[in-house]
Design a protein. Structure first.
Length: 94
């Protein structure tokens, strides 16, 4: 689930907020994402690391969103900028 609106800071930029939920369409699972992170970057994530699992879920939601958005021609008219806070940036930046 994503929400679109204006961020209440100077300039009122448009913002999209993601609700962190596991994927509902079974296009990928947490284990798929963990496996991909290990294969591409050598990052091993312990089974018990709940906070990192949330970061992985968020990162893949952002990845899926931008993959769809940028395939629509949006990028030819607008610049897409992703803003992350601290630990949430890890997977989204990869």
């Amino acid at each position: 689930v994503a929400y679109f609106g204006k961020w209440l800071v100077q300039g009122y930029p448009r913002a999209i907020l993601f609700e962190m939920k596991p994927p509902s369409n079974n296009s990928w699972t947490l284990n798929d994402c963990r496996h991909q992170l290990f294969m591409q970057y050598g990052l091993g994530i312990p089974d018990s690391d709940v906070e990192t699992h949330a970061s992985i879920t968020f990162g893949y939601q952002v990845y899926s969103f931008f993959r769809e958005l940028l395939s629509t021609g949006f990028a030819s008219e607008y610049r897409a900028i992703a803003h992350f806070h601290e630990w949430q940036a890890s997977v989204g930046l990869l």
